[in-house]
Write a protein that binds this ligand. Structure first.
Ligand code: 9WN
Length: 412
């Protein structure tokens, strides 16, 4: 029987360990900056024992917001050469040094949860954040929708699922000429077999250089960027977050004009990601119109967005029958499945949380199983960045903020 008090204490210790004062790094060394969705998860973790610190985390994240409304995926509060690419490569154009792309919009999901946990004490804090979250979501609607209303990624890092097989074909179309010499830092911190390949990295850096070359101007970049994929991660998460933003805005008496209409657009966009051949939600290359043909953990974010689908549930049952430690990021029956390579197979506590809480909200029977798997992974293998879904082996970085947060807020 696991010692839950000891695990709770360790999770709190990890949040403090990674706290840099006002913001939390994902883990020391490997990721020494503030990452967008990691930070929102950190707020969820802090909210379990320190409400003020939870709000500070979200407030610091929003200090990086650009004039366009975009909230960057990395904020470089202090330069640290243990991570590449840094602010000199990205050349973000916001109020503080940052990357030039965003990440899945989970912040409003946690703002609502934390507010509802303590409405009186939270009211002023969330009132100040709400217009910023609204502006960020509006920017997604302006710059990241496709014709069907789905949300697109413009860089593999934007979905937070860097090397998932969904990006293989669109990345193959890029010739990373002129990317030049660079030194990766990630592979000096963790086993290269658990990280993206050089093929992937060349294209990641080429796309960063492309954005920087036009000063991250949304219109210019949209016209020249060959990588644009309508993605279930971004679409389902923004749809869920937009519903939460609306509920929060109504509770606070904010101006919610337009949000309901945008929700209808996103609902249509989400349904447009249903691949009739795969019989599941899938990513679609906007440039070629081709489906990725992948059942991934992002396919199973539909319930969180309020969209039920019996055939996607059948896929969930099928893949969960093959694993013991959480939802695999890629279909274990696919030839491209690699149980330890990052987003090509491993199970991630944050995805498990988003899937499991979505299933629970819709009263689906699989909800408990997803949580039980996640609890077992952490109980047996610690607060790793991600886990081999077959064996539970910890992979990537250790003492990881979002795994600790998910433990405190949901899995324990
Ligand atoms: C690039 C911090 C981030 C997560 C992403 C995860 C990984 C970065 C990297 O780490 O991406 O953003 O350098 O590998 O894929 O989801 O936010 O934990």
């Amino acid at each position: 029987m696991a010692d839950y008090d000891a695990l709770d204490a360790e999770a709190r210790r990890i949040l403090h360990l990674n706290d840099r004062g006002g913001y939390t790094v994902p883990t020391d060394g490997l990721y020494p900056y503030q990452w967008n969705w990691d930070s929102a998860f950190a707020a969820f973790g802090f909210a379990q024992f320190d409400l003020d610190r939870a709000w500070v985390e979200l407030e610091t994240l929003m200090t990086g917001q650009w004039a366009s409304g975009m909230v960057p995926h990395i904020l470089f509060h202090q330069v640290d050469d243990r991570y590449f690419p840094g602010p000199d490569v990205w050349q973000g154009v916001g109020p503080i040094p940052s990357s030039g792309i965003t990440q899945p919009a989970v912040a409003a999901i946690f703002a609502r949860l934390i507010y509802e946990q303590a409405p009186e004490e939270s009211r002023d804090r969330v009132m100040a954040l709400w217009p910023k979250l609204r502006a960020w979501h509006r920017w997604f609607m302006d710059w990241r929708t496709d014709d069907a209303g789905a949300i697109c990624v413009t860089h593999p890092w934007e979905a937070g699922r860097d090397n998932t097989p969904e990006w293989d074909a669109p990345l193959k179309r890029i010739d990373p000429q002129g990317v030049g010499e660079y030194t990766r830092r990630d592979t000096s911190h963790v086993d290269p077999a658990m990280r993206p390949t050089k093929f992937d990295y060349d294209r990641y850096i080429w796309l960063v250089n492309l954005g920087a070359s036009v000063g991250w101007d949304d219109a210019k970049l949209k016209a020249i960027n060959p990588f644009r994929v309508a993605d279930p991660t971004m679409t389902f998460i923004l749809l869920r977050a937009h519903r939460d933003l609306l509920a929060l805005g109504e509770a606070l008496g904010c101006d919610t004009a337009g949000i309901a209409d945008e929700i209808a657009v996103l609902e249509a966009g989400a349904r447009s990601l249903w691949n009739p051949e795969l019989r599941c939600f899938d990513a679609r290359d906007v440039v070629t119109g081709d489906w990725a043909g992948c059942v991934s953990s992002a396919s199973f974010l539909c319930w969180g967005a309020g969209i039920d689908d019996a055939e996607t549930a059948a896929h969930l049952d099928r893949v969960m029958a093959k694993v013991q430690y959480g939802v695999p990021s890629h279909d274990p029956e696919s030839p491209r499945f690699e149980p330890k390579r990052y987003w090509r197979g491993p199970s991630w506590a944050i995805m498990n949380y988003l899937i499991g809480s979505g299933l629970a909200a819709m009263g689906k029977p699989q909800a408990d199983m997803v949580r039980d798997h996640t609890r077992a992974a952490i109980e047996h293998h610690g607060f790793a960045e991600y886990f081999d879904p077959l064996t539970g082996d910890p992979a990537g970085g250790s003492t990881f903020t979002w795994t600790a947060a998910v433990w405190l807020g949901w899995a324990s």
